[in-house]
Design a protein around this ligand. Structure first.
Ligand code: PAF
Length: 281
């Protein structure tokens, strides 16, 4: 079936309401566009589990800091609509900023605790922007299931917390990270990398692999595990924002790292900030 493009919030809400009234389970994949194979896997997961699938394409200004890449964030709408349709989406919600934040919009959703460390520490306000837009999009679309990539591990934890705390009737589904052949996690921001930086950025999955291998070999001191990871990233020319070993639920640093914990990385290569993670299993 052809993909239906919807720009207005009221029209999106009405379409999803008609589907729900007909008994359909509505799946939702929120995105900022520049879709890639990672997004395709989210849409396919939604397609497999739901009767109707909505993808939103909205570069959310509220989750970018003043010195971040809002203006140059890749915008590839035609290709996005093609990929969304081919992957099985029924509708693409492509709102303008005023449709998401109409005049008078005065609400910020702020999840405390989980947002204080990791990306929250170096991107103040970022997760308020994410939680607010996700809550607003959930309100418009009314999905029963929403799909997010595990690459944004902290984001998924924050959205889950928000959904639980606000008793929103939506199941949050975290889908596995999709990687390039050399292991680099798929990300819309990979487009910023030139050939040399792209090659060096493969140190990110290698660092996670090395950290995981240390733990598997019996090293449980987080400082030592993270030291190995940091050294690999710096040797490749990366500027480390953080390397962390955290509890999978609380996202608090662990004193002893072991199975079930998560290793996370945020690192800059050139002007591009990349994040990745690995759950130890
Ligand atoms: O992960 C993203 O692309 C964004 O943070 C999201 C969830 C679409 C909210 O703008």
């Amino acid at each position: 079936m052809a993909l239906e493009r919807v720009d207005a919030a009221a029209a999106m809400g009405a379409l999803a309401a008609r589907w729900r009234a007909a008994g359909a389970r509505v799946g939702f994949v929120p995105t900022m566009g520049a879709l890639h194979a990672g997004h395709r896997s989210l849409i396919q997961a939604a397609r497999a589990e739901c009767d109707r699938v909505v993808v939103s394409v909205f570069v959310n200004p509220r989750q970018f800091g003043p010195d971040e890449d809002l203006d140059r964030y890749p915008r590839t709408l035609d290709a996005d609509l093609r990929l969304a349709g081919e992957a099985g989406a029924d509708a693409a919600f492509v709102p303008k900023v005023e449709a998401v934040y109409p005049p008078g919009f005065a609400t910020t959703v702020s999840v405390s605790g989980l947002t204080e460390g990791l990306c929250g520490a170096s991107r103040p306000g970022h997760f308020d922007g994410v939680a607010t837009v996700v809550a607003r999009l959930f309100g418009i679309v009314g999905p029963c299931r929403a799909y997010f990539g595990q690459k944004d591990y902290q984001q998924v934890a924050v959205v889950r917390r928000m959904v639980a705390d606000l008793a929103l009737p939506v199941a949050v589904v975290s889908c596995p990270i999709v990687r390039e052949p050399d292991g680099l996690a798929m990300s819309s921001r990979n487009r910023y990398l030139d050939a040399d930086t792209r090659r060096r950025a493969a140190a990110v999955p290698r660092a996670l692999e090395a950290g995981a291998a240390r733990v598997a070999a019996g090293e449980h001191d987080p400082e030592r595990v993270l030291g190995v990871m940091r050294a690999l990233l710096e040797a490749a020319g990366g500027r480390v924002d953080y390397v962390a070993a955290v509890n999978a639920e609380t996202l608090r640093a662990v004193a002893r790292v072991g199975m079930g914990d998560v290793l996370l990385v945020a690192v800059r290569f050139g002007g591009t900030r990349l994040i990745d993670n690995r759950v130890l299993s």
